[in-house]
Design a protein around this ligand. Structure first.
Ligand code: CA
Length: 227
């Protein structure tokens, strides 16, 4: 399985190279947009991890070029934390999913595997549990057809729960992937509690059925089943 990583940040590129090689992927790294453009167009890859902010050609230009020639290779774009519009532009430009930097390697691996399992034409735009729906392109949330307004952080938190629907999301995972904190501490725990409470107020409290459950001593789980 050949993977192309287009990433100009040396540290991130090195970590991806080592991590993916350790998972037995055959990895090629491009450090500039132009190098990535050439590799993506001249060689065959099974998966592309594409940073959007690159020197030379941008990630979006590379994405446009490979989709224009009809390539179906799954593409996961890497976007900056504050560049929410880039997530939409990436999906709209033919990316199959995005990941916000900084990210933890296991999360990247999980996204990659999910995309490789699914194949194209079914890329992530809608996330859904019961009558709760999130559209990543429009960045809209609805429950029972009613629109639900969320702050950027609440949206990100709900997106994370929906991407892990049916599984327990631990506080460690939230600290690591949503708050970018390497470990849990009281401050992060409090932030998690405040945001989960606010999110519940919007997505669950007005409705008869509660989807986001607390799993005592472990974390949270969003699911259709009452457990
Ligand atoms: Ca970059």
């Amino acid at each position: 399985m050949r993977v192309l990583v287009v990433e100009d940040e040396k540290k991130v590129a090195k970590a991806l190279m080592e991590g993916l090689t350790g998972e037995h992927y055959d990895v090629a790294v491009a450090a500039t947009g132009d190098e990535g453009f050439i590799l993506a167009n001249e060689q065959a890859f099974d998966f592309i991890v594409l940073d959007l902010m690159l020197p030379g050609r941008s990630g979006l230009e590379i994405l446009a070029a490979i989709r224009k020639r009809g390539s179906q290779t799954p593409v996961l774009v890497l976007t900056a934390r504050d560049a929410i519009e880039d997530r939409v532009l990436g999906l709209d430009g033919g990316a199959d999913d995005y990941l916000v930097k900084p990210f933890a390697f296991p999360e990247l691996l999980a996204r990659m595997r999910a995309l490789l399992r699914r194949g194209r034409n079914d890329h992530i735009v809608d996330l859904k549990v019961a009558d709760l729906e999130m559209n990543l392109l429009a960045r809209k949330v609805q429950r029972g057809g009613q629109s639900v307004l969320l702050t950027a952080k609440e949206f990100e938190l709900l997106e994370y729960f929906l991407r892990h629907s049916g599984s327990v999301v631990s506080r460690e995972m939230l600290a690591r992937d949503v708050w970018q904190q390497p470990g849990r501490d009281t401050t992060v725990d409090n932030l998690i509690d405040v945001h989960v409470a606010r999110l519940r107020k919007r997505i669950d409290e007005p409705f008869a059925r509660h989807l986001l459950k607390t799993i005592r001593g472990v974390g949270f789980c969003i699911s259709e089943t009452d457990t």
